[in-house]
Design a protein around this ligand. Structure first.
Ligand SMILES: [Zn+2]
Length: 421
């Protein structure tokens, strides 16, 4: 019985693929044919029926702390869950990503589906999930425990329903997506672990039924001012790193963003100093610049550099001194701007899969793991994992599970559709 089922499934999947190839079927048609395939139908039904299990997994993963650079415990759990979901060759790579394969009838098209392991919350944050009816409250519950849970659900139901795909699927739970992680996990996937092997990329990141194919780039700096410091009374007149930092922040807040683009700047963190009665020996800040336009981002970066140099000079001038302070600008984040064309197969398929689960697709611009493969010209799309989140990146983050199964189904259908020839 089992064998007959497999053969039948293979047969049907081949028909879908053949039809698509022959007539240059539109992604809509491919998706609609897939929804008539018995195995795919069974997988979609299983995704809906087991949504409560998906939500339980989401809760469990949220309660394993995973600040960027400290994802190991959550990665270990994902490794175990990848194996349990029936993925093959489950392994960790050098960067700390967890990778598992689901071979198809051929190697290509090779689809990578990913969700990130890390959160923006520091060690020691209370990550216990509190439930209030259909709503779950905890830092990281949506971003990106939701993506990880959906990733696992896809692997699980593909196996349960014995779906065979023409192309192969690799599942990735990656490190370092957030903040200063600087996409280090996904960069390692495309530069080393799966270098040259990937045809299409999907990241399931956060909540909702939106999708993005335009990716905002960013440049992030950690700027540090240093000086000799001293006693606040005895050494009065010594240029101050905090003085220079304050001047820099004042000037940054006055920057004008380039027109005809969506560009932003933010001083996100500051620190420094020793005590109220010491001239500080150091002061630092972290600055984030973003834009959906490559040249606008470069222009904004140019403005920032000038601003920083001027702030340092102004602090020296104020105290009639030269070269007492030093300034270092460390580039701690560099996400390339990228976009997959709206009429590309991945994007059209993502639209079709969204409509197929009864939702009209909303497009937004985002910044995610998809930035990197897009900049390498690998067609990529970012989708939400369903449900409805609020308070993202804050300790009061929540996730409303109402109808969240649609997100699981959409991600599943998109994955299967992209693994067609
Ligand atoms: Zn995220």
């Amino acid at each position: 019985m089992e064998c007959v089922r497999v053969v039948l499934t293979v047969f049907l999947a081949s028909i879908v693929a053949a039809l698509a190839m022959e007539a240059q079927e539109s992604p809509d048609r491919v998706v609609s044919l897939l929804t008539q395939d018995p195995a795919v139908k069974a997988a979609l039904a299983a995704a809906k029926a087991s949504e409560s299990q998906t939500i339980e997994t989401q809760v469990r993963l949220t309660e394993i702390p995973a600040p960027s650079f400290k994802e190991t415990a959550r990665a270990e759990e994902m490794k175990r869950l990848f194996q349990q979901a029936g993925l093959r060759n489950v392994r960790g790579d050098k960067a700390g990503n967890v990778v598992g394969d689901r071979p198809g009838m051929a190697l290509h098209p090779h689809v990578v589906v990913a969700a990130h392991l890390d959160t923006v919350f520091p060690e020691g944050t209370n990550v216990r999930v509190r439930r209030e009816g259909a709503v779950l409250h905890a830092p990281g519950i949506g971003d990106d425990s939701r993506g990880l849970a959906v990733l696992l659900a896809i692997a699980r139901v593909l196996n349960q329903a014995n779906v065979q795909t023409p192309g192969s699927i690799t599942f990735v739970a990656d490190v370092g997506e957030e903040g200063l992680g600087d996409l280090r996990g996904i960069k390692a996937i495309f530069d080393e672990t799966l270098k040259g092997a990937v045809d299409r990329f999907v990241t399931i990141d956060g909540d909702g039924m939106g999708l993005s194919h335009t990716f905002v780039g960013s440049r992030r700096y950690r700027v540090t001012f240093k000086g000799p410091g001293g006693h606040s009374f005895a050494d009065f007149g010594t240029p101050s790193p905090i003085g220079a930092l304050g001047r820099a922040i004042d000037k940054i807040q006055e920057l004008q963003v380039p027109p005809n683009s969506r560009s932003t700047f933010n001083v996100g963190r500051i620190g420094g100093g020793t005590s109220v009665n010491s001239i500080p020996v150091d002061a630092w800040m972290e600055v984030d610049l973003r834009s959906d336009d490559r040249s606008a981002l470069a222009a904004l970066d140019g403005q920032l550099q000038k601003t920083l140099d001027a702030a340092l000079a102004a602090e020296h001038t104020r105290w009639h001194q030269l070269s007492v302070l030093t300034m270092t600008k460390e580039l701690v984040g560099d996400r390339p701007v990228g976009a997959a064309p709206a009429n590309s197969v991945v994007v059209e398929t993502a639209f079709a899969a969204t409509r197929a689960v009864g939702v009209s697709p909303a497009v937004s611009v985002s910044s995610s793991d998809a930035n990197y493969p897009t900049s390498l010209r690998i067609p990529s799309v970012h989708i939400g994992g369903g449900g409805e989140g609020s308070g993202i990146h804050t300790p009061s983050e929540s996730f409303d599970t109402t109808d969240s199964w649609r997100g699981t189904q959409r991600a599943l259908l998109l994955t299967i559709a992209l693994a067609q020839k």
